[in-house]
Write a protein that binds this ligand. Structure first.
Ligand SMILES: [Zn+2]
Length: 393
């Protein structure tokens, strides 16, 4: 496993591998970047490389061997000199925390934090509770990490979402950074660094994790999750560079249906068929606000593909790779379609839904406007600004 645990991010894992090979290990690292791009996976792989008994002693110099006792313990979350922490609500149960950490070890790309997933049984809701590192929590962590390693080569502490510290906790943490143990290595992960104390940032070696290329996500979905190639390609392009998001999309049965619905709506909008269009609008209206927003983002995906296909033809890097035929036929049949205007209209519709405007009304007006744009007419707004106050139903 070693660095293979991490999807993509070769430049970063190579840099970490070099540091390990030369035993030039900083006292603290900050891995930062968007969710789901591999910060946690890299932190665990790094911890394993640090602890590996065979590294440089018969095994590789710059990576964990993946087979020795220390590697096995790290892989299962049982190494006594590796500690992983997450910010918590103040009523978090110990068994819940333990279960989250176990899942993290099994798959570091799974969403396990309390903020994005307050209940492990019930995905898709965000927490209203405060999820932070308390000052007391930080002191307990300092206590854990204060000891010299018992059996490993380092004492390693991984603090996930380290940007979730209030001032008091951050100041306590700063003390630990100022007086690190000689064999202690801290790895912080964070989505954003603008909320963190500059004094903390300056004491960490910082590595920025970028969104993953769609190809890397596609390959990993096929190899790790046995997702069928067509679906992997589509999901990878919908995932905004996040493997965690790709995993969530893979599990969603609805996604494929909604994508079809988005295409259907575009087709029916073109024809403005008085029989079928109102029925479909009624059907979509029943879905609820979040699914409708997703529907708009899927429509934008279709339109983006039309733009790409118009420019690059058969070689276009399409989002809906498995639907190239539908896209080709659309582009050929509607040579005058104002694709840029269509994008603007769909975005405006999404804003209106966000602003609580009645879904059926938005869809009706959107269908008319899209129909005009597909026919090459100059329609760039759903509602003229003056009419807006009148339409909030
Ligand atoms: Zn090993």
């Amino acid at each position: 496993m070693p660095w293979d645990l991490v999807i993509g991010q070769d430049r970063l894992t190579e840099a970490l591998g070099r540091a390990v090979a030369q035993e030039r290990i900083a006292g603290a690292y900050l891995f930062y970047g968007p969710d789901g791009v591999g910060k946690r996976a890299a932190a665990l792989a790094f911890a394993q490389a640090l602890q590996c008994e065979q590294r440089g002693r018969g095994g590789p110099k710059d990576a964990a061997c993946g087979r020795c006792l220390a590697c096995t313990k790290v892989g299962r979350g049982l190494h006594p000199d590796l500690h992983v922490y997450l910010p918590q609500p103040n009523d978090a149960r110990l068994d819940d925390v333990t279960e989250r950490l176990q899942r993290l070890y099994r798959n570091p790309y799974e969403v396990v934090d309390f903020q994005r997933r307050p209940s492990l049984q019930d995905a898709g809701k965000t927490s209203s509770k405060q999820v932070i590192y308390s000052a007391d929590g930080i002191r307990a962590i300092m206590h854990d990490l204060h000891y010299v390693p018992g059996e490993g080569r380092y004492t390693v502490g991984i603090l996930l979402d380290a940007d979730r510290m209030r001032v008091e906790a951050a100041n306590a943490f700063l003390k630990m950074l100022e007086e690190p143990g000689e064999q202690t290595v801290l790895v912080l992960t964070a989505t954003r660094t603008d909320q963190m104390l500059p004094t903390i940032l300056s004491r960490c070696q910082r590595l920025r994790f970028d969104p993953l290329p769609a190809e890397a996500i596609e390959q990993a979905l096929a190899a790790r999750e046995q997702v069928a190639p067509d679906r992997a390609a589509f999901v990878a392009r919908m995932a905004d560079g996040s493997y965690a998001q790709a995993l969530a999309l893979t599990e969603s049965e609805e996604l494929a249906e909604r994508r079809q619905l988005a295409l259907d709506f575009l087709r029916k909008a073109y024809g403005l068929d008085p029989m079928t269009l109102p029925l479909q609008i009624e059907q979509i209206g029943k879905l609820g606000r979040e699914p409708v927003k997703q529907l708009f983002s899927l429509m934008l995906g279709w339109v983006r593909d039309l733009v790409l296909y118009r420019v690059a033809g058969e070689n276009a890097p399409l989002v809906n790779v498995d639907q190239a035929e539908a896209i080709r036929s659309f582009v050929t049949r509607l040579p005058d379609a104002r694709l840029e205007a269509m994008t603007g209209l769909i975005e405006e519709a999404a804003d209106l839904i966000e602003g609580n405007v009645h879904t059926a009304l938005v869809l009706t007006v959107l269908a008319q406007a899209l129909s005009a744009a597909m026919r090459g007419q100059d329609r760039t707004r759903l509602f003229a600004p003056l009419a807006e106050p009148a339409v909030t139903a």
